[in-house]
Design a protein. Structure first.
Length: 141
């Protein structure tokens, strides 16, 4: 579970790109340890909800104009957690393009030391409805 993650938080910053249910739990845990966190969401309403929960957040729309993307504050963090959802079931086919843009922007900005790609979609194997860390998994292949 996320609450078991331990990081040496002295002067360490984490950016969470796509701060949904999993990213919110990660952000809360990191903040509790004293780690600086900046989160993003594609929806302004979600950014406002993150602020209400004490999580510093900014809007980030992907795919993005390359020049604007490089200038986003998320790329000033030492570690990036990319937690955007592929949305394949909704007909989206640009997941790879989005991830590549993020990695390229982080590389170009030159401040990010680590990038973690985080995805919960493979774990839940197409379950429908409300799905979170308490959902029973079918671990049979």
């Amino acid at each position: 579970m996320i609450k078991d993650i331990k990081i040496d938080s002295r002067a360490f910053s984490v950016g969470i790109i796509g701060c949904g249910w999993l990213g919110k739990a990660l952000a809360a845990n990191l903040l509790a340890q004293g780690t600086a966190v900046l989160a993003t969401s594609s929806q302004q309403g979600n950014v406002e909800q993150l602020h209400q929960q004490g999580i510093k957040a900014q809007q980030l729309l992907l795919p993005a104009n390359t020049k604007q993307l490089y200038q986003h504050d998320i790329f000033t963090q030492q570690c990036l957690v990319i937690a955007i959802t592929p949305q394949f079931k909704k007909g989206q086919a640009d997941y790879g393009i989005k991830v590549a843009q993020l990695v390229d922007a982080a590389t170009q900005r030159g401040l990010v030391e680590r990038i973690i790609l985080l995805s919960s979609t493979a774990v839940y194997q197409g379950l429908a409805g409300l799905v979170d860390e308490n959902t029973q998994l079918d671990l049979v292949e």
